[in-house]
Design a protein around this ligand. Structure first.
Ligand code: DUC
Ligand code: ZN
Ligand code: ZN
Length: 474
């Protein structure tokens, strides 16, 4: 009879954290990193994995994913089960999803609903940001309770989508003031929603209905304007602020200037803004709906600025904004979601998949192409997201006492990406047919082996809700 090992020793791997790079043995025991040393001796009940030639990375932390999120009239096509399994295969062991406050319930209700649906399904650890669409005294009280008692310390607000999700400046300011005072973070979607809606209306009236007009009606300058406004609101509120999915230099230049002034401004970009540029929109084909995400892809010049900011810490996080909708049909049955907008680009659900390909695509275009050091790669994809959203040092690093969320990564392997071979429910990937260097070989979640090459050893429901603490940004 085979005995379940009591612990796992990862022998001789190259341990990479945001600051370290050394060869060692790492003992995972009782769900945490128990010991790190050289030539560790263990008994026969401990499983030993030879990691010679492999990187030993902290499990990825993806702080921007949409699983089972109702967005307008549709829902993202990954469930908590399919999305977290895909995350695991991509080397991500913690995700932060969104709980949407509706017209009728409060932030606390939104958290409870999301947890009820996630609990039995999640295969990696998770947390939630609350999307706050309406602010009044009661909502602010609930926000405080969420922070103090539920371990939910971040709140997303939209400066876009008037009449649906958009919050006005006063509502954003009130949230910044309160959340900041309690040590949390407001995350902002920065685009000038009312001007963009006008541009969309004018485009449609002119008969411009194809997906490319999604990009043309969301100009970078309106991302920049909203980013600047958000920064000024945060400055007045004396609160930190985090910008999601920064895509353009128009936005970045305000972030750079504010940081230089000492204002606590933080920001993420997403792999798609680094991998693809706006040349994909040079067509009236409906296939372009795959690239309909918000903000849209920008110019190659913008990409240069994003890389520079990633290197020099004006951008601190790379998260996926995994927001998948099927073009035709996924195996869970969601059909033709992107085609809702075949006659009107404004009806195409905004978003693209990416949860499984984040680490390997960034390793290829970032590390292998000399744009990011290995340490910086880990910092951007695990350590800083964990710090900014109150998960560090439990998550985001390999250190004695941290959760034993560990990825064994083969830098010498290559893989060619195909949607059919990925583990989510989306029927396409933007990386279809692309060969990438690097491969996730094994993934441990709190010491349990959940991915072993192509084999899935994880289980729905084994992921846990992680209560989060204060922002640790400085
Ligand atoms: N913003 C997001 O963060 N995700 C999907 C759509 C959007 O507008
Ligand atoms: Zn957004
Ligand atoms: Zn998003």
């Amino acid at each position: 009879m085979t005995q379940t090992p009591s612990a796992t020793l990862i022998r001789n791997g190259r341990v990479i954290t945001a600051t370290d790079d050394y060869v060692a043995d790492v003992l995972l025991k009782d769900g945490i990193v128990h010991t790190i040393g050289h030539r560790l001796e263990v008994g026969p009940d401990v499983a030993v994995v030879d990691a010679s030639g492999l990187y030993v990375l902290p499990g990825g932390v993806d702080t921007h994913v949409h699983l089972e999120n109702v967005i307008g009239p549709t829902i993202t096509c990954d469930t908590f089960a399919s999305g977290t399994r895909a995350a695991a295969f991509g080397g991500t062991t913690t995700v932060v999803d969104f709980a949407l406050q509706t017209e009728t319930d409060s932030p606390l209700g939104a958290i409870a609903r999301a947890q009820a649906s996630a609990e039995a399904q999640v295969a990696v650890d998770y947390s939630l940001h609350v999307i706050v669409t309406r602010v009044d005294d009661q909502v602010l009280k609930d926000v405080q309770l969420a922070m103090r008692h539920e371990g939910v310390t971040s709140f997303k607000m939209f400066m876009a989508y008037p009449g649906v999700m958009m919050a006005d400046d006063a509502a954003i300011f009130r949230m910044l003031r309160q959340v900041g005072a309690d040590g949390g973070m407001v995350a902002l979607h920065a685009e000038n929603g009312t001007v963009i809606d006008l541009l969309i209306k004018e485009a449609l009236e002119a008969g411009h209905t194809s997906p490319r007009y999604h990009a043309m009606t969301r100009p970078a300058i309106m991302e920049g304007e909203a980013t600047h406004r958000g920064i000024r609101l945060a400055e007045l509120a004396q609160a930190p602020i985090y910008f999601v999915h920064v895509s353009s230099n128009e936005a970045l230049k305000h972030i750079v200037a504010a940081r230089a002034e000492g204002i606590p401004v933080f920001a993420e970009t997403c792999p798609h803004y680094l991998l693809f540029d706006d040349s994909v929109y040079n067509s009236d084909s409906l296939e372009i709906a795959k690239y309909v995400m918000t903000p849209p892809l920008r110019s190659t010049e913008d990409q240069k600025h994003l890389w520079r900011a990633l290197r020099y810490d004006d951008l601190q996080v790379i998260a996926t904004d995994h927001c998948p909708f099927c073009m035709k049909e996924g195996h869970l049955g969601y059909r033709l979601q992107k085609m809702r907008g075949k006659d009107d680009f404004s009806l195409i659900p905004n978003g693209a998949p990416g949860i499984e390909t984040r680490l390997v695509s960034l390793f290829d275009i970032g590390v292998m192409q000399g744009r990011l050091s290995l340490n910086r790669f880990v910092e951007l994809t695990a350590t800083t997201p964990a710090k900014l959203f109150g998960l560090f040092p439990k998550k985001g690093t390999i250190a004695v006492g941290s959760d034993a969320d560990v990825v064994l990564f083969d830098p010498a392997a290559t893989q060619t990406v195909h949607a059919k071979a990925l583990h989510g429910n989306c029927d396409y990937t933007l990386l279809e047919g692309r060969t990438l260097r690097g491969r996730v070989e094994k993934v441990f979640l709190r010491g349990q082996l959940i991915v072993d090459g192509p084999a899935w050893l994880g289980r729905e429901g084994m992921g846990r809700f992680v209560p989060r603490g204060e922002v640790r940004a400085f």
